[in-house]
Ligand binder design. Structure first.
Ligand code: NAD
Length: 266
């Protein structure tokens, strides 16, 4: 993935924007003359981070479907347009050895439904801007499930599937949707397990490395792609294996009926 610069004057929305990746991304985008709106839960920490960055901050709980729409409307009203939506808010589960269904549902609500609601909210604005980009922060756990966190694995795997299923239908509108799938990175989300990495000498990504990949996904990502980001590897598209096609009675490869394919694939 190359990383051409986003057009100066572009407007980007970043959910979970005051966390580790959001902060690193916002700092980089501001040097590129992009207007950045950070959306996050209301907290003193969020306000301090936004003030430090000199970035706009709006309060958003991504699990609130109507609030996602209201935030996008506010971005358009205050900044004139929306060019990129980074759907990045997320939490991980904490119960490593038991299946805590309440926690499972909470993680799915934030990490998966938050992405669906964010996409629904951003699409009309991106269409009004004449096209644009949605970059979803999934995780390596969405491609290689973590036995210690089924809720997170399901949510991130779902986010990758969502991106892949949405991409073909958005191409005609000039809208690209991609996923990034970082391995472990040095942000607050790994606080409970950071010591284990340090003890084992296990390399973790910096938030800056992930932010670079987020920008590249915006400007040059292949619609529907899921970019793995790992220490020492950089950002590389995951190669999905595909599944065997159905065969007709005469042994030929069956083609999915045209009406069941999105317009861009007919
Ligand atoms: N750091 C890693 O190791 C790693 C690896 C792969 C993927 N990710 C993903 O990257 C994304 C960003 O995480 P991070 O590493 O910057 O961690 P972080 O904890 O620093 O940031 C997460 C942000 O999301 C916000 N958030 C949580 N729930 C929210 C809600 N309901 N509505 C709005 N905002 C909410 C938090 O307030 C926080 O600012 C997450 O989706 C995470 O799952 C992180």
């Amino acid at each position: 993935m190359t990383s051409p610069t986003p057009a100066a004057g572009s407007v980007a929305l970043v959910t979970g924007g005051t966390g580790g990746f959001g902060r690193a991304l916002a700092a980089k985008l501001r040097t590129l003359d992009v207007t950045v709106v950070l959306a996050d839960l209301d907290s003193d920490r969020a306000r301090a981070v936004a003030a430090d960055l000199g970035a706009h901050l709006v309060t958003l709980d991504v699990t609130d479907r109507a609030a996602n729409k209201a935030v996008v409307e506010r971005v358009e009203a205050e900044h004139g347009r929306l060019d990129a939506a980074f759907l990045n808010a997320g939490i991980a589960g904490k119960s490593r050895d038991t299946l805590d269904v309440d926690e499972f549902l909470r993680v799915v609500e934030i990490d998966l439904l938050g992405v669906v609601y964010g996409t629904e909210a951003a699409l009309p604005a991106l269409r009004r801007a004449g096209g644009g980009s949605i970059v979803v922060t999934a995780s390596l756990a969405g491609l290689s499930p973590m036995a210690t966190d089924p809720g997170y694995s399901v949510a991130k795997g779902g986010a990758v599937a969502f991106v892949r299923s949405m991409a073909p239908r958005l191409i005609g509108d000039g809208i690209s949707i991609t996923a990034i799938c970082p391995g472990f990175a040095d942000t607050a989300i790994i606080d409970p397990i950071r010591e284990e990495f340090e003890k084992a000498g296990f390399p973790v990504l910096t938030a800056d490395e992930v932010a670079d990949a987020m920008i590249a996904a915006w400007t040059s990502g292949e619609p529907g792609a899921a970019y793995i980001i790992q220490p020492g590897i950089g950002a590389v598209p995951y190669k999905f294996k595909g599944v065997p096609s159905a065969k007709t009675a005469s042994g030929e490869t069956a083609v999915v009926p045209e009406a069941l394919r999105p317009p861009s694939m007919r």
